[in-house]
Design a protein around this ligand. Structure first.
Ligand SMILES: [Zn+2]
Length: 398
């Protein structure tokens, strides 16, 4: 993300807000004395609320999302059966909250007190206080601006939540952006099978098919490369940033010294590899650019700043959600999985960005059976169908 564009965006949002912002002063859970203190004049803050929404997450979790025009700064308190999120230097705004059924949230109201905006959340049951380190602040992507995301469960000690709540309500009106990265290319063939099948050729073919299928069902997709060209790993990550992608998928095929080894595997970014194999794989994939597994120096300043912040954890969490959708879709399509954990982690350079995503090793070119499969149209289509399913299952609407 270019810093100039970033600041222009904030300035623009504030400018628009001052002329067109509607003031929402609904009241809930506050004494009459407090109500009379509410200012009558609309407050033009540095930040403003754009939308409020709730949804259901797995394991009985409720998700509350506050979308704001600039990066939010907040405090949180828990009066009886309420949660109050105080946003500093923020003005009320947005349409009425979109509340999904089956969550712990009864109602959400905005109360402006001076330059502070209290988002008052009326709860059906008391909740366990949310650990601040678990609150996500997401940067703008696709059609979304900044989002402050709270996940919580009923009770006072964490856990013990209701289960089996309704599925999250998804608004399919937005065009979500998916960047598909075909690994390797040009002078870098990636791995090569015994029959001479090149990784760069297989993954480009799958990437193109995947783009076609996702476009057909309403996603906005971009390929990092659409032909046989060499691209640096940092440039691939940068494309995802520039396109404000909601999801980044890097497609690869694997090789193993043991020709028996086969199966797909899914990886997310972590500075510490989940296992020795994952570490070796990251070293191989990173070797293309001679990027050390801990080196950030190749990356632009904006990305380095974002990666060193809270954002990194939020991105990791969303990536994990996607990776698990991906592994289940591959499993239910009966695509062989590399024995071991369904999701692995390693310091892949190409995943170092502020965009959630995963690196998918589609199979092993070093295995004769899989080499044959990977170059066949039928199997490539099978892989594409599974990935499309995983993208559809991923909760973009956070
Ligand atoms: Zn590769």
């Amino acid at each position: 993300m270019c810093l100039l564009v970033f600041y222009t965006k904030i300035w623009y949002n504030n400018a628009v807000m001052k002329v067109s912002r509607r003031t929402v002063l609904k009241v809930s859970g506050f004494s009459v004395a407090a109500i009379t203190m509410l200012p009558r004049v609309a407050f033009a803050g540095r930040n403003s609320v754009l939308s409020l929404r709730t949804g259901n997450q797995p394991n009985g979790k409720t998700r509350l999302v506050i979308e704001t025009s600039a990066r939010p700064s907040y405090d949180i308190s828990y009066p009886q059966n309420q949660m109050v999120i105080s946003l500093s230097n923020t003005a009320a705004g947005g349409e009425s909250p979109k509340l999904a059924s089956g969550t712990l949230v009864k109602n959400v109201n905005q109360i402006q007190i001076g330059d502070k905006l209290n988002v008052v959340v009326d709860l059906k049951r008391n909740i366990a206080p949310i650990d601040r380190s678990q609150v996500m602040i997401l940067s703008p992507n696709g059609d979304n601006e900044y989002r402050l995301v709270f996940d919580f469960v009923a009770g006072s000690g964490g856990g013990g939540a209701e289960t089996g709540t309704a599925a999250a309500t998804k608004t399919q009106t937005k065009k979500y952006v998916v960047v598909i990265d075909a690994g390797h290319g040009g002078k870098d063939p990636g791995c090569i099978g015994k029959d001479g099948t090149k990784e760069k050729v297989v993954v480009l073919s799958v990437a193109r098919k995947l783009k076609k299928e996702l476009d057909a069902i309403g996603f906005k997709t971009y390929l990092t490369r659409s032909d046989d060209t060499f691209l640096k790993l940092a440039d691939r990550a940068e494309i995802a940033e520039k396109r404000h992608a909601d999801l980044f998928l890097s497609l690869h095929a694997n090789a193993n010294p043991s020709r028996e080894t086969r199966g797909y595997s899914v990886y997310t970014l972590s500075e510490k590899a989940s296992d020795e194999e994952a570490q070796k794989l990251a070293e191989t994939e990173n070797a293309v650019d001679k990027i050390g597994v801990t080196g950030f120096s190749e990356f632009s300043k904006e990305i380095r700043v974002a990666l060193s912040s809270l954002q990194q954890r939020a991105v990791a969490e969303l990536s994990e959600e996607y990776a698990s959708d991906c592994a289940s879709a591959m499993d239910s399509a009966s695509i062989d999985r590399l024995p071991g954990p369904s999701i692995r982690h390693a310091p892949f350079a190409v995943l170092r960005s502020t965009v959630p995503g995963a690196l998918i090793e589609l199979g092993h070119l070093s295995n004769a059976k899989e080499e044959k499969l990977l170059k066949s149209d039928a199997h490539q289509n099978k892989l594409v169908r599974a990935i499309v399913k995983s993208v559809k299952n991923y909760n973009f609407d956070v």
